[in-house]
Design a binder for this molecule. Structure first.
Ligand SMILES: Nc1nc2c(c(=O)[nH]1)N[C@H]1C(S)=C(S)[C@@H](COP(=O)(O)OP(=O)(O)OC[C@H]3O[C@@H](n4cnc5c(=O)[nH]c(N)nc54)[C@H](O)[C@@H]3O)O[C@H]1N2
Ligand SMILES: Nc1nc2c(c(=O)[nH]1)N[C@H]1C(S)=C(S)[C@@H](COP(=O)(O)OP(=O)(O)OC[C@H]3O[C@@H](n4cnc5c(=O)[nH]c(N)nc54)[C@H](O)[C@@H]3O)O[C@H]1N2
Ligand SMILES: [Mo]
Length: 763
């Protein structure tokens, strides 16, 4: 049954290219999710796990934050959920011989794919200052090493605590408590690189940084606009909701530089018709926008809405809603009179007729939802673009009523919950006050570092201890070379992980790997088996119960490790009873219920089969907790990305077979790529115009003022129907091209979707 870990890494010599697909999932989806699982886990383990994914007494799928419908199907998972579970629940283990055979330096030229395939981490390992080997270490010794280094610091701000969005609410809560009880708000997280622009924009405009809809709103919408998101790969279960919406008569508009398969068509693998019949057409209108053109597009649509109101006063805008709930309408209307059509055409790259069509659809619809993800947030003007999305929705009262709203689609399965629990470098004083009152200390108020500032601080030698609760910061952050040299300057790096990745091989002087239980595994503590809780994209909170025995007796839960680290470091400082929290997670949940807004009776509410939905002002009561107490229609200065002649705007995307820096396979089925990742997708006319050929190998240079060019060598050109002037390559490989300084205004999110590049034939 079980597969072996690869010894050799892959090469890209055999890349196969075929035409991209025009629909997602279907029979291929189910086959592709089950086949590797059965091969690696065996039939029995596969069946035990797959029947429990996203079920009420089962575990929450760790692949994405898509919500669960009220009526869950027998198999409530998708192809990519299947891959995530298989990857975590593999019986392959990293045995002691691995560490003996592989000095850390020898792992530096291994790919993320190879590292991730070596199996599960099964015991704590430590790399001493002058050693190039990790060696097994006891848990007690591991905790002592961390405690000693933290205690030696001159200032608690010399430590930073990174979180990736897979951590449970319980682990996240204890983790932020540990950091703050130590005295720092240095709590950078993956969200800084992800939906930070969303949080920044929405908090300003509507007073909450989260989706304003419930799952059931999809079925009630009559127009759904999907911007900068590839649901067929990254949120496959969303396609089921979209198909349902279509059956209820909704229209769907997709806005994307790439004709992603899941936006064009869909076959539901869970329905008989999906196996046999033709695909459901998803997008009624596909707008192939130029990268970074969305802000101009939103302004142009709003301008048309305002013109329609002028032509038929009193019939277009939701005057009652605007009068009761919104600020800023007059200034906004005034500002848009100056919108320059030529600028809009340059920014969007689409004819005015397509914008007219979108505006007409918007005006015809009574209930509109706009969804977005990384194609919007990871731009220099990402925050303003989201504010323009909100503006458009507010004009016709499309927030806070059934079938309508703003719906950022989150990434990591619990990234939203981690934030709710206080993992953020800039939690508001109200939260810190409640935390301090609950635990009897005064939490630090000075904001901490985010991910990008964290790398800067490491580079400047200001951070001496870096702890990662999951994730792979070095694989995920921009400017790989700079980030890696920065991490090497720190005294101690600590990773709490399930599997090996780049952040374990590029380390501080000393390094620790602390192996954690995955979400599939049973978490047994002194008081018995524990459940944890998570929050999805639409603010629904529910329990997740591990199902299978842990991969090794030495592996501990994230919560237990964090509580252990805190206890070893802080001992009885502030009188916080870490041991009680470790013994029984109900104790943590009781604390949560008193500290975190909306979480009263947290134990009781998360024990119900469906969990509960967190309060949400705009959704529940059209209540906008902004500084003015009203929703804010904003004026934003239009700026689009200028790309000099002979250059392309490169975006970094996920393949169909990866989860962020985790590479499941070397294929990208929907885009027609097999057996390799070193490709750059370019429009055929751009290929010709640049004097290059399809299939040719090129070096990709990114240009940034006053800095030497960054380069990624040897990518194969794939002629592809992307928008003109745009190109795409895979993340994380292409992170070397993103300058650390290139971040979104206000949110500081790396600009991973608009890198000005030059292609030169490879030597
Ligand atoms: N299987 C799988 N599931 C995942 C993940 C994964 O890696 N694998 N990652 C998880 C995480 S953490 C996240 S955040 C989400 C990410 O989900 P997505 O945001 O869907 O991820 P990306 O691959 O970055 O795709 C961005 C999309 O935006 C488009 N785009 C790029 N630039 C622009 C632009 O300027 N305008 C517009 N309109 N579109 C643009 C791209 O062509 C692409 O389709 O998925 C989550 N789910
Ligand atoms: N160029 C470019 N860069 C990007 C992006 C992009 O689109 N383009 N996207 C950004 C986005 S949206 C995000 S969210 C970040 C992702 O940044 P991260 O969240 O830091 O990265 P991941 O690749 O999701 O982390 C994978 C690692 O998490 C660990 N892990 C897996 N499961 C568990 C678990 O249950 N517990 C613990 N403790 N560890 C676990 C494993 O060791 C695995 O190797 O990357 C960002 N970087
Ligand atoms: Mo993300």
């Amino acid at each position: 049954m079980s597969a072996k870990a690869p010894r050799e890494d892959y090469t890209d010599a055999d890349i196969e290219v075929s035409p991209p697909k025009t629909f997602a999932a279907g029979i291929g989806g189910v086959y592709h999710s089950m086949e590797p699982a059965i091969r690696q886990l065996g039939v029995a383990r596969t069946a035990a796990l797959m029947a429990k994914i996203n079920h009420k007494d089962g575990f929450d799928c760790m692949s994405c934050a898509w919500p669960d419908p009220d009526h869950r199907k027998l198999a409530e998972f998708c192809e990519n959920g299947g891959k995530a579970v298989t990857w975590e629940a593999t019986p392959l283990r990293i045995e002691r011989s691995f560490w003996r055979e592989h000095p850390v330096a020898s792992l530096l030229d291994k790919s993320e794919y190879w590292l991730g395939q070596q199996g599960r981490l099964i015991e704590p390992v430590y790399k001493a200052k002058d050693s190039d080997h990790y060696e097994p270490v006891s848990w007690d010794d591991a905790f002592t090493i961390v405690a000693d280094r933290l205690t030696e610091l001159d200032d608690p701000n010399q430590a930073a605590f990174y979180t990736s969005g897979r951590a449970s609410n319980e682990a996240a809560f204890v983790y932020q408590l540990f950091a703050r009880a130590l005295g720092t708000n240095n709590l950078p997280d993956c969200s800084n690189m992800c939906h930070e622009s969303t949080g920044t924009a929405m908090s300003y405009s509507v007073g909450i940084g989260k989706s304003t809809i419930a799952y059931s709103d999809f079925a009630a919408a009559d127009l759904i606009i999907i911007m900068g998101q590839n649901p067929g790969t990254n949120h496959p279960r969303m396609l089921t909701a979209l198909q349902g919406a279509k059956e209820n008569g909704a229209t769907i508009v997709a806005i994307n530089p790439l004709p992603e398969a899941g936006l064009i068509g869909y076959k539901d693998p869970q329905r008989v018709r999906g196996y046999l019949g033709t695909a459901t057409k998803i997008a009624d209108q596909f707008i192939q926008i130029r990268s970074g053109g969305d802000m101009a597009l939103m302004q142009a649509v709003s301008q048309r809405v305002l013109s329609a109101e002028q032509a038929a006063p009193g019939t277009v805008l939701d005057h009652d809603f605007l009068a009761r709930h919104c600020d800023g309408f007059e200034a906004f209307a005034e500002h848009l009179t100056g919108l320059d059509d030529h600028e809009v055409a340059l920014a969007t790259g689409i004819p005015a007729a397509e914008i007219d069509e979108l505006a007409a659809r918007y005006l015809k619809a009574e209930r509109v939802i706009v969804c977005w993800a990384m194609g919007i947030t990871q731009h220099r003007k990402g925050v303003d673009t989201i504010k323009e999305i909100i503006n458009l929705l507010l004009l016709r009262g499309n927030i806070g009523r059934p079938g309508a709203g703003a719906s950022p689609i989150r990434g990591h399965s619990n990234v939203q919950g981690d934030r709710t629990m206080g993992v953020w470098e800039q939690m508001p004083d109200s939260f810190l006050d409640a935390l301090g009152a609950e635990f009897g200390f005064d939490p630090p108020r000075e904001h901490g570092v985010d991910s990008v500032h964290g790398i800067r601080a490491l580079d400047e030698g200001k951070i001496k201890v870096w702890v990662g609760l999951g994730g792979n910061l070095l694989g995920a952050i921009s400017d790989t070379a700079l980030a890696e040299s920065a991490m090497r300057k720190t005294r101690l790096s600590v990773q709490l992980s399930t599997k090996l990745n780049r952040s374990h091989v590029v380390t501080g002087e000393e390094a620790l790997i602390l192996p954690v239980l995955g979400r599939t595994e049973i978490d047994l503590q002194e008081s018995g088996p524990q459940y944890v809780t998570v929050e999805d994209s639409v603010c629904a909170v529910h329990a997740s119960h591990g199902q299978i025995p842990p991969i090794s007796a030495e592996v501990r839960s994230e919560t237990a490790i964090v509580a252990g680290l805190a206890q070893a470091t802080l001992r009885d400082r502030h009188g916080i009873d870490w041991a009680a929290m470790l013994r029984d997670y109900d104790v943590i949940r009781d604390h949560i219920s008193r500290v975190v807004p909306g979480c009263a009776d947290y134990n009781a509410k998360t024990r119900t089969r469906d969990g509960f939905v967190l309060p949400n002002g705009p959704r529940d009561a059209r209540r906008f907790d902004t500084a003015t107490g009203r929703a804010r229609i904003t004026v934003n200065h239009l700026e689009h990305v200028h790309c000099p002649a002979g250059r392309l705007l490169l975006q970094t995307v996920r393949s169909h077979d990866q989860f962020n820096t985790t590479i499941y396979s070397l294929n990208d089925r929907y885009r027609g790529i097999k057996k390799g990742r070193h490709v750059v997708f370019v429009h055929p006319d751009d290929v010709a115009q640049l004097g290059l050929r399809d299939g040719q190998h090129v070096d990709v240079f990114s240009e940034w003022p006053d800095q030497p060019d960054r380069v990624l060598r040897g990518l194969r050109i794939v002629a592809f129907p992307t928008a003109r002037g745009c190109a795409a390559a895979y993340f994380p490989e292409a992170n070397v091209l993103v300058p650390l300084d290139s971040t979104a205004l206000e949110s500081n999110t790396p600009v991973s979707k608009a890198i000005v590049v030059r292609l030169e034939p490879a030597a």
